[in-house]
Design a binder for this molecule. Structure first.
Ligand code: C2E
Ligand code: MG
Ligand code: MG
Ligand code: MG
Length: 286
């Protein structure tokens, strides 16, 4: 009976596994050409400074639109690129696009930090620092133009090597943020050694915040600890007015999420900001 049951399970699950495996293979093959075929794009998601009710920056998020497969979920192809050893060219493309965008902000008089995500593998990329140095020179980037977001779990892969790399990045003038804070397994012991400017509290605590008191406790404790260590606190995944009010009460400095804005095409940011209720500190008067 067991064998029969196993056979039946196999019959049920094999096609699904098969489909998954062939999608992965197809995506890997296509990803190799995504850059030269101009299929990658940046979207920007604004960040709202709570005390001044003003937009204080944005995060660059990469998008891949394949002509036949359509929009490929970012987390899916980033993970795939990491596993297939293809993350470096993707990251370099994203960094180039981010610096170009930040320069366009500068020309438009928008002097806010633009954040960009690095993956765990990027921290071990021996060409990363030179790539960044080159981009700083090419675009005349000022210190504070670009913030680099690194997930807590990426930093944990090799914490002491990460600390060194982060110091080098700081010396080049970058702001640094710990992304998905609380979602990785925190080793609190190394946190105070990280030369970072901000922590982004993971959306898994922020999204349920309004209904779930435990999540509220976690957010408030994480915010308190981060402040004591000298970090600015960003809440990610703020989806409603209530959540915005709650993260403010719980001590977060900055909110990011669908309530403020969904990610948008990079060239829409300036107009969006000018038309938003958060275009300037004056909106506090309302
Ligand atoms: P992340 O850096 O934590 O980015 C936040 C993710 O949450 C984004 O998903 C964003 O669209 C989504 N999000 C924003 N506000 C809300 C909200 O209110 N509710 C919900 N449910 N979701 C919200 P996205 O763009 O699909 O990216 C997923 C992850 O993929 C990112 O998480 C980041 O880890 C990674 N990623 C994105 N772009 C890049 C990139 O250029 N390079 C690398 N290495 N990783 C990237
Ligand atoms: Mg991020
Ligand atoms: Mg995050
Ligand atoms: Mg995330």
């Amino acid at each position: 009976r067991d064998a029969m049951q196993a056979g039946r399970d196999y019959a049920v699950f094999a096609p699904a596994l098969d489909q998954e495996a062939s999608r992965r293979l197809a995506l890997m093959g296509e990803l190799r050409h995504a850059i030269e075929r101009h299929q990658l794009a940046l979207q920007l998601q604004p960040k709202l400074h709570l005390a001044s009710a003003a937009i204080c920056g944005a995060e660059a998020l990469v998008r891949w639109k394949h002509p036949l497969l359509g929009q490929v979920p970012t987390f899916e192809f980033i993970t795939l690129a990491e596993q297939a050893g293809m993350i470096t060219p993707v990251t370099h493309w994203v960094l180039e696009a981010t610096f170009r965008e930040r320069y366009a902000w500068h020309m438009a008089g928008i002097e806010l930090p633009l954040s960009v995500n690095l993956s765990a593998h990027d921290l071990r990329d021996p060409t990363l620092l030179d790539k960044l140095k080159g981009l700083v020179e090419t675009w005349g980037a000022k210190p504070g133009w670009i913030q680099l977001e690194l997930t807590e779990s990426a930093l944990m892969v090799d914490a002491s090597a990460a600390v060194e790399t982060l110091h080098s990045l700081k010396r080049l003038g970058f702001q640094l943020a710990i992304d998905d804070f609380g979602a990785g397994y925190s080793s609190l012991g190394y946190l105070h050694r990280l030369p970072v400017d901000a922590t982004k509290i993971d959306q898994s605590f922020v999204i349920p915040l309004v209904q779930n008191e435990d999540c509220a406790t976690i957010v408030s404790s994480a915010a308190q600890m981060a402040h004591k260590l000298g970090f600015e606190v960003v809440a990610e995944g703020v989806e409603s007015q209530d959540a915005l009010r709650r993260v403010t009460e719980l001590g977060c400095d900055i909110a990011q999420g669908h309530f403020v804005s969904h990610p948008m095409a990079a060239d829409q940011f300036g107009a969006w900001r000018a038309a938003s209720p958060w275009s300037s500190p004056a909106s506090l008067a309302h």
